[in-house]
Design a binder for this molecule. Sequence first.
Ligand code: MN
Length: 213
Amino acid sequence: MAHELPPLPYDYSALEPTIDAQTMKLHHDMHHAAYVKNLNAALEKHPNLHSKSAEDLLRDLSSVPEDIRGAVRNNGGGHVNHTMFWKIMKPQGGGEPAGKIAEAINKTFGSFKDFQAKFNDAGAKQFGSGWAWLAGKPNGEIQVISTPNQDNPISQGLFPIMGNDVWEHAYYLKYNNRRPEYLAAWWNVVNWDEVNRRYEAFKSAHEPAMAGK
Ligand code: MN
């Protein structure tokens, strides 16, 4: 089955003033749409892969035929990353995290502020295009990483809990070259309920193995 562009879960202008409507429209309707279209075009050469989810393809890129591996990595990554991105933002979002993700952040980084600083630093220092992530490790711990291009942590055996897009298309119209300013403002639209949901999904998938197992 062909992969489909999910609708934006709110209006283009809903994240104003943090993210302007024009950026949202171009980002969703043009950039994300192109990743979906190009992923489907690549998979036409290997129709047996149409039954796999984009996540499953990215989880084991070495099993993807070499002639489309790069296209799947870039466009499958673009599709999965943006599908998450729209959902982990919402109008009137932001504030302090609560629940299990707040506990994990405090335990791992000391405080929410320390986590934000580390995440923003990862985004600011990612050279060129890429993403900053909070990712879950197989041992149940969490860490901040960045990836280039549309690479998703899932391809490194990590679970993407939340990620911010630091491609210029995500911020340039409003913030120009001021990526750190975009990174700092982005926290105002984070949907912590959705981040918590993803964290819980990570924890249930990566419960540390029981002793003796
Ligand atoms: Mn993007």
